[in-house]
Design a protein around this ligand. Sequence first.
Ligand SMILES: Nc1ncnc2c1ncn2[C@@H]1O[C@H](COP(=O)(O)OP(=O)(O)OP(=O)(O)O)[C@@H](O)[C@H]1O
Length: 464
Amino acid sequence: MAHVLIIDDDQMFCEMLAHKVELLGHQAAFAHSLAQGLALCQAGGYDVIYLDVRMPDGNGLEWLGRIQASPGRPEVIIMTGAGDPDGAELAIKSGAWDYVKKPSSMQATTLPLARALQYRQEKAAAGQRRALRLEGIVGADPAFAACLDKLAQAAGSEAAVLICGETGTGKELFARAIHENSARHGGSFVVVDCSVLPQNLVESILFGHEKGAFTGASEARRGLIAQANGGTLFLDEVGELSPALQRSFLRVLQERRFRPLGAARESSSDFRLLAATNRDLEAMAAGGAFREDLLFRLRTLVIDLPPLRRRGKDIASLVSHHLELLCRRYGQGAKGFSPEFMAALTAHAWPGNVRELVSALEQALAAAGPAPTLHVHHLPQKLRIALARASAHPLEAAPRQPEEPAQAMGLPPLKQYRQAMDRQYLQELLRVCQGDMGRAVAVSGLSRSRLYALLKQLGLARQD
Ligand SMILES: Nc1ncnc2c1ncn2[C@@H]1O[C@H](COP(=O)(O)OP(=O)(O)OP(=O)(O)O)[C@@H](O)[C@H]1O
């Protein structure tokens, strides 16, 4: 809702315009003289001012500068008389947002208001974005820039945010950035990976337990929800929550209260909720697999992160950023790359998104050893084969054109495709890290528990 001030000496016109503005969901006030209007502006709080040129105490255009400079820097829409051709030109030259000619229909009069408010919102978001600390987040493609605006909006509020996107698109990175830029940044950022919560321990992990609550509970333990008190609780892979846990969570979200196992009383926790998913929760809710009331609570704000194939312009800056990080991490000097290397990276469809790109760079660095320049042949063999096949048979490529129906392109179902990619990635990861799980965790960017869960799920876990 915006605040609009109408400065016009015509009482009836003011009332009609104020009524129309209120119908549009905003608040309106009016002043019948320039002096009264300026006084209201000085008190602040207005987003848009309608300013009539012919006023009893002077010419509105001569007061424009002072009105624009008032607190909140409102946008000003000038109202000029029909027989005043110079008025419009003067209004624009004086830096007004727009002008309307009187008399005009109410619809025509309020049209510039919507545009002025949109402009104002975008200006505010861009300002907020400039003020954000976004270490480690790279991207300027318009599809991605819109997500950064949402991030700024999320950081400035307490709203629950649902971050959607394919695997490896940066959902956790965004969640951390929202926390770090929010008023809660001094509190903890607690991650609950909903895909690996072991059924038998889930309640104790989330809600905590008292000493002796069950066999083996030799000490009382705070659960993750209590740990998030004063900070942010991030439900990663929220689409994997079992129906029973969805029910429990809904209650915690409604009341911010929970009962640790074995406790006589309930405890409370003041946390801000963020959640992420790579699943279509709407479809799951429609099919009864996800509670609609929970979904409603999770998604006050939604950030839809685009897959890397839809933000091709960002590949070069992502490569520079991550190459620099990786070279520093492994104590190597800065590396260059051949134009073909970058062309190959740009041509790939990256079904595993930024995570897959980072992993390919890591493998290229390992393959290049001390050589100062990365070439195509340093890239993982699987990626080179995929590129070669794609250039020989474009339709065999991973979907560069996601809009085309998968069946029409002879592709397997997405789930099957993703599993195959995950399996391929993990096999390569184990090979490169030679079974060193600490390194595999560092390289993959996955948590240790998530990595083990994936290995198990795909039948790659060691049997020892
Ligand atoms: N915009 C970005 N700029 C720089 N690095 C990024 C960006 N997006 C993702 N990454 C990197 O990609 C990797 C994966 O990111 P992240 O774990 O946040 O993805 P995710 O969407 O949460 O993945 P998953 O769904 O598999 O949990 C990390 O190494 C992260 O630093």
